[in-house]
Write a protein that binds this ligand. Structure first.
Ligand SMILES: Nc1nc2c(c(=O)[nH]1)N[C@H]1C(S)=C(S)[C@@H](COP(=O)(O)OP(=O)(O)OC[C@H]3O[C@@H](n4cnc5c(=O)[nH]c(N)nc54)[C@H](O)[C@@H]3O)O[C@H]1N2
Ligand SMILES: Nc1nc2c(c(=O)[nH]1)N[C@H]1C(S)=C(S)[C@@H](COP(=O)(O)OP(=O)(O)OC[C@H]3O[C@@H](n4cnc5c(=O)[nH]c(N)nc54)[C@H](O)[C@@H]3O)O[C@H]1N2
Ligand SMILES: [Mo]
Length: 893
């Protein structure tokens, strides 16, 4: 018996993996030994606070074993059964994508086909006719990361890049920089050392659109849970503002305020009205640090164009929050030292993914400015970041250009894309279906405010449209909005060839002509630092959400399962077939690349390569007298910025706006977008284009909010881990299918004749989804709450724009962008209706059967595989599997 313990990192934290004879037995958190340095100590209010000597993990991290052995793993390369390799790319039965079956192929056959198609398409139409994109998130590790192995391949090939929209930061990216700069942090503030500040000074926490026990600082596992507990124990008051009494609120809220979705900007204005009329804001701070404050104040007080004072009564009518509560909130905020902000790291939150998201973001920043942002205990900080860190130790996170194999110095040569044409992710289907698309901005606009206003057109003059789509990951059916648009796109003959390279058989994989099985990061070598997303525009120093800086040698725990291979292997083989394999690999093995990351970072000064790979991880300490650089303190106190992530303007003690101050009338918007109807120079609450004032609300009276799933990381664990479906707040089984939970207020449920546990149909003009009703006072009356970005897309008629039973609520969300000049997504501006579902239970469509069918499809030993090869599709298989299943059930009874 050979027992082994290796280490890795996943989106839910760093883990230790126990294997016996090459089989994973157990996943557990990493508990440090005596060689790890002492933890930081914060002295506050007569006590000393220090972290546990271990790295925490989330529930989903512990499912990594299931993820590896999941029955929905893509096991072999597969080719769509009715795919015909016509020499001109036409007549390829593209309308059958989504319902066709697959036949198993050898790696050589599949890669030859992909290489032939890349060459054909690029020779016929030009380099730019190939496009490719990954998901937003990924298995952890710098080598295998989408900005490394994937980026290196496609840049060397030359392709039309698809720019990501800043899905996490939408309202903040496009809004907040016009108020206070920080475009390089995508509109999020800086939170350096604010944990200490909070422990010492804060009295009130405003958790606005924030569920930290669920979203956990992004990747930071449960590292900060203890910090919020400490604050709670000190008597700090927590106020949660959320249409859903979320999981953190349930545990911790002293007060829960439930605005009608999409009206938070009105709440900001109501609070400001109280402060202005009662004189309870920091007048001296505003006099020094604000630009054109009075014009905005006039607007709030009813002296602006709309002649409407934003009184608590007015605010109550918009938000549904009682006027007395609005006043009480404003008074408490003004009279106590208050920190808070929106979502995950203060500049996130479902509220920023709405039609009015930019205006909320700007107004929220203005409120914090009015109370002296940067003074002790007064700041944007939501209890998930800002732990002490040793800023002199650099390892590199995934967005650091210096920590990617696409670039020097990790590679000898940087890979450069020769194609300038671009596409924009949320509108990819529009571009393919309409053949033309125009938009503003560079997606992630970390480079400068002006980059929000660049103009793009597809196809670029003189360029070809795209005809080959290489999809890496397969979850846009669950995570991008207006899912059916994507279904229509995939069936278009414009896409002559579609590849999907993923680990699991997600809903989107089924629309590909060739499916390539990647392995998990437990089956290959990699290296990475826990929770470090890098300084390349994703808000730097995300590791301050953790108690320790931990770099892990992500050893290969097991060999790749079935015929899956590492992404790096797949790309190097493909590069070889295209004739530039050596250039791609530079002669390095995967382990050689890992060593390069060690060698090119500060890690090599701390630990030898041999010791590092033997131990498996390295914990960096914080010096006992660490240097404090409290976020935003420099601005409040008027000295040059000293925080670790700043711009030259800040060295002069200025913000990154035109005037260097908080702009209550935005000079950058006046300059670049004076007629933008979404972001007016004065930030104001506006009616949502899909909200309770819309005509559409008469037909579809409910707001759907679809926040980030508590029991998944987007899509990556739920689909592969059936035991997660047994969590009653996640899914419930009815007739063998694990339906997603949709929450509804008891009064509305009664009106609709819906009881807890009933099947319900969520629907609007875009699509329909069957869920299970959870009748609960935890949701605001006009709101339906169902977790978004579902991993399971399961339409009752595969390949059609049909009703879904997998919980893919993005079938209902709008494809429309926040504004004509604001290219962000707005899933939380969705109107819909709900009714009891009394239609037939989709027989033979149950999820498990479908997955069994997938497994069988790829298993050459199975008799049913033959049918797939002959192109019968999945339906007949499902019926068969179901029959077997019922027979087994009957025998058991
Ligand atoms: N309704 C609604 N929708 C939303 C949001 C919302 O709030 N509401 N939020 C949005 C936000 S903020 C985000 S970030 C997006 C996320 O949307 P996505 O990026 O689509 O979601 P992920 O689950 O991160 O997708 C990652 C994909 O990569 C694959 N993958 C992971 N590791 C590897 C690997 O090593 N190799 C290969 N080949 N594939 C791999 C996974 O299997 C998965 O298919 O969702 C957005 N969608
Ligand atoms: N468990 C888990 N953690 C994650 C992720 C995951 O998928 N699962 N994804 C990660 C990623 S990529 C990101 S971007 C972050 C996202 O982190 P956040 O943006 O902070 O998370 P959300 O869940 O979108 O929003 C938080 C809260 O906003 C509320 N909300 C929705 N609409 C409104 C509204 O109109 N007004 C108000 N006031 N509140 C509203 C929701 O009910 C929810 O409780 O989370 C990260 N962490
Ligand atoms: Mo995100």
């Amino acid at each position: 018996m050979v027992e082994k313990v290796t280490h890795s990192i996943c989106v839910g934290g760093p883990i230790a993996i126990h294997t016996v004879d090459g089989v994973i037995r157990r996943i557990r958190p990493i508990i440090f030994d005596e060689t790890a340095p002492p933890g930081w100590v914060i002295k506050a209010r007569g006590r000393e606070y220090t972290p546990y000597r271990k790295a925490t993990t989330t529930l989903i991290a512990l499912t990594e074993k299931n993820r590896a052995y999941a029955y929905d793993r893509i096991r072999y390369p597969m080719i769509r059964a009715d795919f015909v390799e016509t020499p001109d790319g036409q007549n390829r039965n593209t309308e059958n994508r989504g319902k066709s079956g697959y036949r198993r192929a050898t790696w050589d056959e599949a890669l030859e086909l992909v290489a032939r198609e890349i060459e054909r398409v690029q020779t016929t139409y030009g380099k730019e006719s190939v496009t490719a994109i990954t998901g937003s998130h990924h298995s952890w590790g710098l080598l295998g990361y989408k900005l490394s192995a994937f980026a290196r391949f496609f840049r060397m090939l030359g392709y039309t890049q698809i720019m990501d929209n800043p899905d996490s930061w939408e309202g903040f990216t496009w809004g907040a920089p016009h108020t206070y700069g920080y475009y390089w942090r995508l509109g999020g503030s800086e939170t350096f050392d604010l944990l200490e500040d909070a422990l010492q000074n804060v009295e009130t926490m405003i958790m606005w659109s924030h569920d930290p026990d669920t979203t956990r600082g992004g990747y930071a596992a449960n590292e900060s849970t203890m910090w919020r507990r400490w604050l709670d124990d000190m008597g700090v008051q927590f106020i949660y503002i959320d249409p859903f009494n979320n999981f953190s609120a349930v545990k911790q809220a002293d007060k829960w305020l439930a605005p009608r979705p999409g009206t938070d900007a009105a709440l900001c204005e109501g609070i400001a009205y109280v402060w202005l009329t009662e004189g309870t804001y920091d007048k001296e701070y505003i006099a020094r640090h604000a630009h054109r404050f009075d014009e905005w104040a006039d607007y709030i007080l009813g002296k602006g164009v709309d002649r409407t004072p934003k009184t608590p009564k007015w605010c109550e009518a918009e938000t549904g929050i009682p006027a007395a509560d609005i006043k009480a909130l404003a008074r408490r905020w003004a009279s106590t030292r208050t920190m808070g902000g929106s979502g995950l790291r203060g500049g996130f939150g479902g509220v920023c993914r709405t039609a009015n998201g930019t205006e909320f973001a700007r107004l929220m920043v203005q409120l914090f400015a009015m109370q002296g942002m940067g003074k002790p205990g007064q700041n944007i900080w939501t209890g998930t970041t800002g732990a002490p860190m040793d800023y002199n130790f650099w390892f590199g996170g995934y967005s650091d250009p210096l920590a990617q194999i696409a670039n020097q110095p990790i590679a000898d040569r940087t890979a450069v894309n020769c194609v300038t044409q671009k596409l924009y992710r949320p509108n990819l289907p529009d571009a393919i279906l309409d053949g033309h698309y125009e938009w503003h901005g560079e997606g992630f606009c970390g480079g400068g405010i002006d980059l929000e206003f660049t103009e793009h057109v597809y196809p670029e003059p003189g360029c070809s449209k795209v005809h080959l789509f290489y999809r890496y990951g397969g979850t846009f059916m669950g995570t991008m909005l207006d899912t059916n648009k994507w279904v229509r796109m995939y069936k278009s003959p414009e896409l002559e060839f579609v590849v999907n390279q993923d680990i699991h058989f997600h809903g989107e994989a089924r629309f590909a002509d060739v499916i390539l099985p990647a392995c998990t990061n437990l089956e290959r070598y990699d290296i990475g630092e826990f929770c470090n997303s890098g300084n390349g525009g994703y808000q730097s120093h995300s590791q301050t959400g953790c108690n320790w800086q931990i770099v892990v040698f992500q050893d290969k725990a097991i060999e790749p399962l079935w015929e899956s291979r590492s992404d790096y292997w797949i790309f190097s083989q493909l590069a070889a077939k295209l004739g530039w394999g050596e250039e791609y690999t530079e002669g390095r093995s995967e382990l050689d690349w890992c060593k390069r990351f060690w060698e090119k970072s500060d890690l090599c000064d701390r630990i030898s390569w041999e010791d590092f790979i033997k131990k498996g991880y390295y914990v960096a300490g914080v010096p006992a007298d660490w240097e404090r650089h409290y976020g935003f303190r420099w601005f409040a106190e008027g000295y040059p910025c000293d925080t670790p992530n700043h711009k030259p303007c800040q060295e002069e003690g200025k913000l990154g706006t035109f005037t260097g101050k908080f702009e209550f009338v935005s000079e950058s918007l006046l300059h670049w977008a004076p007629h933008d109807e979404t972001r007016t120079p004065i930030a104001t609450y506006k009616y949502s284009w899909e909200g309770h004032h819309s005509l559409k609300a008469r037909k579809y009276p409910f707001h759907l909010i679809s926040p980030h799933p508590r029991f998944d990381y987007h899509t990556q664990h739920n689909s592969s881990t059936p035991w997660l479906w047994e969590i009653p707040e996640n899914r419930r089984y009815i007739n063998g299918n694990p339906y997603l939970i949709a929450r509804i207020h008891p009064q509305k449920a009664a009106e609709k004749g819906i009881k807890d546990g009933d099947l319900v149909l969520l629907f609007n003009e875009r699509g329909s989804v069957v869920c299970v009703a959870r009748v609960t006072y935890r949701v605001e009356e006009n709101t339906i709450h169902a977790y978004g970005s579902s991993g399971i897309y399961n339409p009752v008629a595969p390949g059609e724009t049909a009703m879904d039973i997998g919980g893919c609520v993005n079938l209902l969300t709008p494809g429309k962008l926040i504004g004509s000049m604001v290219p962000g997504m707005a899933p939380n501006s969705t109107l819909m209706d709900i009714c009891k579902y009394e239609g037939p239970l989709p027989a033979g469509q149950c999820f498990e059967y479908k997955l069994d069918a997938v497994a069988l499809a790829a298993d050459p030993e199975s008799a049913t595989c033959k049918e797939i090869i002959e192109g019968h599709g999945f339906e007949s298989i499902q019926a068969k599997v179901r029959e077997e299943y019922l027979k087994k059930g009957a025998a058991a009874r």
